[in-house]
Design a protein around this ligand. Structure first.
Ligand code: NOJ
Length: 534
């Protein structure tokens, strides 16, 4: 392995040796929309490398990169044609190595996205499977089946694609293949030893290059129920995340993660696996995080909770209670590249988005920050149809069809688009109002959202009670207010729009909004307090 990379990795301050990920703040970079070095309007690896000092200064511990592999981009890179090659639009393997080296030099860790449920229809195996025809060995690496009906004109079962329409596509020779996502994303058959071997080898390839771990796409989907049984109903999207399905959250997936954990543990430097797992409950998510499986899982339950004190408290308790028995840290996430940005989800008010961020960053465990949320970016809700690229937009009854609005390239500087994103344009148009939200405009500006995140992350690193542990002590609070204590630290979040009387529990460390007059918590505001006595 490339010893130079792990040797040069400093342990980021404030984390415990051997468990950096337990309380890490992990920043999600969406490569096509982060920074463009060559002016083609698409972000790239060199752009990412050049902006790593910004992330260091922001104060995050690690960076998760969404896919940059060779891909026809039918699903923005989640359709991988070659797992060991970089797509030319993002750069080269040399550029990937440079990102990893530079990150490590700065004391940042790098997590890459692994897409094991499906590949691209342009992957060599799939192209060969199509060429070789029914009954040939390559077809067994995917889910090929004859159709139903007199002439096989009906799909083999009733499963629906997450992006809308049937989860099966018929090929020229009459067979059908399974794709839980777009037709350009054929699902692998994980019963096949060649698939299992290939992914163990891919893991090693990226671990050898020095990556610190993997975010595992559709981690809950790899194993399908034997016989691929019908679901017996339509509108299957409504069931996602509510119950175990014949294609999601099957118990067989855990064997795969046990074998991957052995590989991760062979490497020094505490490499991790993070599950993107949609399961019916926090308890089922915890199964992915048993000590011999993965390290973290995204907390979609928290992401899906509105700005409401009672609901948030229940989600926080449920999440912490579920992870405690397996000894895994809970994670917290408000935004990512698949959902409407939380500022917009919570009603558009920047103050509320800032309050939600401070609440999240006060919770024990690991927190995920999606690029641009530290700038307070709203969702772009008025993209013209002709610029959209999300495959679900083009399908009826798709996931939500609106994933482009959170993927608009982020503003760095200047008064005109593309706001320092790169020397050319940007693949999606940026709103005019973003000049004021750029990194340059917010840097050093008192009270800006960027400075709020920087300060919060600085305090989080320096304050031992933040991030650590697996519990919060709830304090009595008026309706609509959350108040919890952790050691000599207290967090209060007023989720109502009105000011609420609340005796100061200590000295304010940081507030998401205007400093409160004594004894009052302003509406939509979170305050961090240092308890000085008692
Ligand atoms: C989850 C990813 O986050 C999403 O962007 C992608 O479309 C699907 N998995 C399919 O890979």
């Amino acid at each position: 392995m490339t010893q130079h990379l792990t040797d040069s990795l400093q342990t980021p301050t404030g984390t415990q040796p051997g468990g950096w990920w337990r309380d890490a703040v992990i920043y999600q970079v969406y490569p096509r929309s982060f920074a463009d070095s060559n002016g083609d309007g698409m972000g790239d690896l060199e752009g990412i490398r050049s902006r790593l000092p910004y992330l260091k200064e922001l104060g995050v511990d690690a960076v998760w990169l969404s896919p940059f592999y060779a891909s026809p981009q039918a699903d923005a890179g989640y359709d991988v044609a070659d797992y060991r090659a970089i797509d030319p639009m993002f750069g080269t393997l040399h550029d990937a190595d440079a990102v990893i080296r530079e990150a490590h030099r700065l004391g940042l860790r790098i997590i890459v996205d692994l897409v094991p449920n499906h590949c691209s229809d342009q992957h060599e195996w799939f192209k060969q499977a199509l060429r070789e025809g029914p009954g040939t060995p390559l077809r067994e690496r995917f889910h090929f089946r004859p159709g139903r009906g007199a002439d096989g004109e009906l799909p083999p079962n009733d499963w629906e694609s997450i992006f809308g329409g049937p989860a099966w596509t018929r090929v020229a020779d009459g067979e059908w293949y399974l794709h839980l996502f777009a037709p350009e994303q054929p699902d692998f058959n994980w019963e096949h030893p060649a698939v299992q071997d290939e992914f163990r080898s891919i893991l090693r390839f990226w671990l050898d290059l020095g990556t610190d771990g993997f975010r595992i796409d559709v981690a809950h989907g790899l194993v399908k129920a034997p016989g691929l049984p019908d679901l017996g109903r339509d509108e299957q999207l409504k069931l996602l995340g509510n119950q175990v399905l014949p294609f999601f959250d099957q118990d067989g997936v855990h064997e795969i993660y046990r074998s991957w954990r052995k590989i991760l543990d062979e490497y020094d430097g505490d490499r991790i696996g993070v599950a993107e797992a949609w399961t019916p409950s926090a308890d089922r998510t915890a199964l992915y995080l048993r000590p011999d499986e993965l390290h973290q899982a995204f907390n979609f339950h928290y992401l899906g909770t509105g700005w409401d004190a009672a609901a948030l408290r229940a989600a926080i308790d449920d999440s912490l209670d579920a992870m405690r028995p397996v000894g895994a840290p809970t994670t917290w996430v408000l935004s990512n590249h698949d959902v409407v940005r939380h500022r917009t989800r919570f009603g558009g008010d920047l103050g509320r988005a800032r309050a939600a961020a401070l609440l999240m960053l006060a919770l024990p465990g690991s927190a995920y920050v999606y690029q641009g949320e530290e700038l307070g970016l709203p969702e772009v809700v008025d993209l013209p149809d002709e610029v959209r690229q999300d495959p679900s937009f083009f399908k009826e009854n798709g996931q939500d069809g609106l994933r482009d609005g959170c993927r608009v390239p982020i503003p760095w500087s200047g008064t005109e688009a593309p706001y320092g994103f790169g020397p050319g344009g940007s693949w999606l148009p940026q709103p005019e109002a973003w000049a004021e939200l750029s990194v340059e405009a917010q840097t050093g500006r008192e009270g800006s959202t960027l400075e709020l995140y920087r300060e919060a992350l600085r305090i989080r690193r320096e304050h031992p009670a933040l991030g650590a542990g697996d519990a919060v002590e709830w304090l009595a609070a008026p309706e609509g207010v959350l108040a919890f204590r952790r050691g000599d630290f207290v967090c209060t979040a007023n989720t109502t729009t009105e000011p609420v009387a609340f005796a100061a529990p200590g000295v304010p460390l940081l507030a998401s909004g205007e400093q409160a007059e004594p004894g009052v918590l302003p509406g939509d505001t979170t305050v961090w307090w240092q308890v000085t006595s008692g």
